[in-house]
Design a protein around this ligand. Structure first.
Ligand SMILES: *Cc1c(COP(=O)(O)O)cnc(C)c1O
Length: 414
């Protein structure tokens, strides 16, 4: 592996080796990460990276696009079939530019937009002041309920009626529950707002049929392709027929330049993989694994935000264990588990410290781990918290994590 780069650039070859070893030897529980297939990676490493193809299939600003056109057409067709969408734009370089495309296709700077607050599980691109979405638009936010820690739809409706945003954005990065699309739709209709749903986190669950689909209810659905979908790093916009022209025009030439044709071809490979029965099994397993990990942690006195999970992730408030999110992240790293600290709703700590940890099952499930392994990992997490002052105990737990990694080899042929 990496023969060429080893010859020409040993320093970068070393980085590639170290990163592969890191991915193999730790339990990857960052909820937004996954391991793509070798086919997806091969396609990303192909000659398609050399091609300029500004425009869309059959309407390009450059010659020589006949083969990349085939790739993009396949990617679009497969995305539409996979999600039952009327139209698909597969060019967004990332989830963020997919959202920018959707927003600017409908809104002018200064228009009002309403999304889930970042500190309640939303994403930066849903109107946070440091992000383009908060800089360009007049952003307001809905939140979760303090008692149930699930979205307070009554309050959302009141806010929407009072503030009359031009767009409502659903979706989240750290929300473990199903969404009520019917309510979002009816609120949007009441105030004549555009309804956008950002399914970046749950797209793979939707594709695998284990999470309700936002597509029939929304004007536009945006996504990443590298999280639960397990494809290349990139974005996707699905829309109804009537919005498609505006979306296309805004993505290019509005926002982006030349599309990443190697990534678009890899998206096509990913969408094909997602249509296989084995992907449905994978999606079901992600959810079963998260449920089992959640039960294991609940039994051991951990506080799960919203009390549990419907999807692939858990948000754990560790303050009752005498820890901050930051300390928990470091502790888990110490025992071979990679995860990220995360604010919890109504967090008293700063975003750099936080009271929570976000745990996801997509990557471990790709390695082949099941509910038995989730029980073991839940136990490792609990014992790490209990023995956090005991270096010998933590070293032993790290060895248990490494053993688990060895039992489920990653990229064995590499
Ligand atoms: C990850 C994520 C994004 C952004 O994706 P990038 O590819 O990192 O730009 C947008 N929205 C949500 C809800 C996400 O979880």
């Amino acid at each position: 592996m990496y023969d060429e780069v080893r010859q020409t650039d040993p320093e970068i070859a070393e980085v590639l080796d170290l990163e592969l070893a890191r991915q193999r030897n730790q339990l990857e529980m960052i909820a937004s990460e996954n391991f793509t297939s070798r086919a997806v990676m091969e396609t990303m490493g192909s000659t398609l990276t050399n091609k300029y193809a500004e425009g869309y299939p059959k309407k390009r600003y450059y010659g020589g696009c006949e083969y990349v056109d085939m790739a993009e057409t396949l990617a679009k067709k497969r995305a539409m079939a996979l999600f039952g969408a009327e139209r698909a734009n597969v060019q967004p370089h990332s989830g963020s530019t997919a959202n920018m495309t959707a927003y600017l296709a409908f809104l002018k700077p200064g228009d009002k937009i309403m999304g889930l607050s970042l500190s309640h599980g939303g994403h930066l691109t849903h109107g946070h002041p440091v992000n383009f979405s908060g800089i360009l638009f007049d952003a307001i936010h809905y939140e979760v309920d303090k008692d149930t820690e699930t979205i307070n739809y009554d309050r959302l409706r009141e806010q929407a009626l009072a503030e009359r945003p031009k767009m409502i954005v659903g979706g989240a990065s750290a929300y473990p529950r199903f969404w009520d699309y019917e309510i979002l739709r009816s609120v949007a209709d009441e105030i004549d707002a555009v309804l956008v749903f950002d399914m970046a986190h749950i797209a793979g669950l939707v594709a695998g049929g284990v999470h309700p689909s936002p597509v029939p209810h929304c004007d536009v659905v945006t996504s990443t392709t590298h999280k639960t979908l397990r494809g290349p790093r990139g974005g996707l916009v699905l829309s109804r027929k009537d919005h498609f022209k505006a979306i296309n025009k805004m993505n290019f030439p509005g926002i982006q330049g030349g599309p990443l044709m190697h990534v678009i071809a890899a998206k096509a490979v990913c969408f094909q993989e997602c249509m296989a029965d084995s992907f449905k099994t994978y999606a079901r397993q992600m959810v079963d694994n998260a449920a089992t990990l959640g039960e294991t942690l609940l039994e051991r006195g951990f506080h799960l935000v919203s009390g549990g999970t419907d999807n692939h992730l858990l948000l754990v408030n560790v303050s009752n264990k005498g820890l901050t999110g930051k300390a928990m992240e470091e502790l888990l790293e110490h025992v071979g588990i990679t995860a990220n600290k995360n604010t919890v709703p109504f967090d008293q700590e700063s975003p750099f410290v936080t009271s929570g940890i976000r745990l996801g099952t997509p990557a471990l499930t790709t390695r082949g781990m099941g509910t038995e392994e989730m029980r073991l990992i839940g136990d490792i997490i609990d014992r790490a918290v209990q023995n956090r002052e005991d270096d010998a105990a933590l070293t032993k737990l790290q060895a248990e994590s490494h053993e688990l990694c060895r039992k489920f080899p990653l990229y064995p042929g590499m």
